[in-house]
Design a protein around this ligand. Sequence first.
Ligand code: 4AD
Ligand code: MG
Length: 429
Amino acid sequence: MDHISDILGGARTGRETEIRGWAYRSRASAKTAFIVLRDSTGIVQCVASRDNFTEEKFKQISSITLESSLSIRGTVFQDSRAPTGYEIKISDFTIYQRNENFPISRDLGEEFLLDIRHLWVRSQEFTAMLKIRSTVFSAFSEFFHNEGFYEVHTPMMVSTATEGGSTLFKVPFFGEEVSLSQSAQFYLETLIFSLEKVYTVGPSFRAEKSRTWRHLTEYWHAEAEAAWLDNNGMMDVEERLIEHIVKRVLSERQNELGTIKRDISKLENIKAPFERIRYSEIIRNSEKYGISLKYGDDIGMDEEREITKRFDKPIFVTHYPSELKTFYHRPDPENPSEILCHDLLAPEGYGEIIGGGERIWEMDVLLNRMKAYNLNPEEYYWYLDLRKYGSVPHSGFGLGMDRVVMWICGLKSIRDAIPYPRTIRRIKP
Ligand code: 4AD
Ligand code: MG
């Protein structure tokens, strides 16, 4: 059994082949039936001549319906008129399942396409996105593996919030109430004391109350944590990571980027280093970035859109005022009202794809910050223990994989970067 990519690669030309897949397109006359077959590797035109089949069999193949499943045996010819340059003259075929009324045709509404996402995933554009997404995930792991980080796994059901109570999902747990994890960070912090450099990829959960183009309630979070690294050191790692991911996509997914009509020149630009701009600089130059914020205001989704439209590479924004972020970020010793943190904002209006920074590693500083955030130290006893037994300077970050896929693919919504998006209004299919 061959794959369509074997045929498109030229290696089967003039020879017999057998492929299987789904009818992507079909049309027929009294004498000839054309079927464009698709499998996971591509599409190819197949043609059946009335002369080679009984009346009954020719009827079957010439009336094949969209997305019916079948296998085809035949001879491969090069043919510049065919959609992908090759054509298979069918000598025999087997239909596995003949469809009635596949529900997807052109021009359907967004909500309907989300209702039938389990069928829409078959489309050429979606398949291309899924392949790019697969490459992004493998490139992420490959990068950290090569950098000597260990992959670890952390619980999804937890008893402590990392990113504040307002986006916690509560679930029943044997008579208690626990939360779904917002971030693996605190567990990663515990693990650097044995492995020094760790990473993980898994789902994170945020009870986001509004539906935006870049928020999911369940998203794929790739996080890393390293002992002995400061804020700048962590940003060095991240810019090389992003460069690596984009490079892998460019070299491995040229065809798919073409299928979704991504402007590749925008990606070819993505080379480290990335500019590092302080929050206070952004505020000072508000006008230049097309925003109007004063010191102390958060840089929201709309502001990030304006700022990053003006860049053709990702930028780091560093040193936010401490009130704008959660409690664990380390205050800058030179100016303790600002913290040693960073967000990495993707260009072309996409905005935040990474949040990270240096962690408070001194017990008294951490206790003070927790007090300011009204957190109960007893609930965080294990997090505090890390500051009690052999504490070390360390840094880490979390990257939203679906956001990275959205940016790399040039998509309008994060919902199109994941097969089954979960938002405030959607839990099906
Ligand atoms: O900025 P966040 O909230 O940071 C953390 O959770 C840290 N504890 C991570 C760490 O340092 N280990 O989330 C990190 C990233 C964001 O930059 C964004 O890309 C993504 O996670 N993200 C979301 N993606 C999709 N939908 C949401 N609702 C997201 N919330 C955060
Ligand atoms: Mg953030």
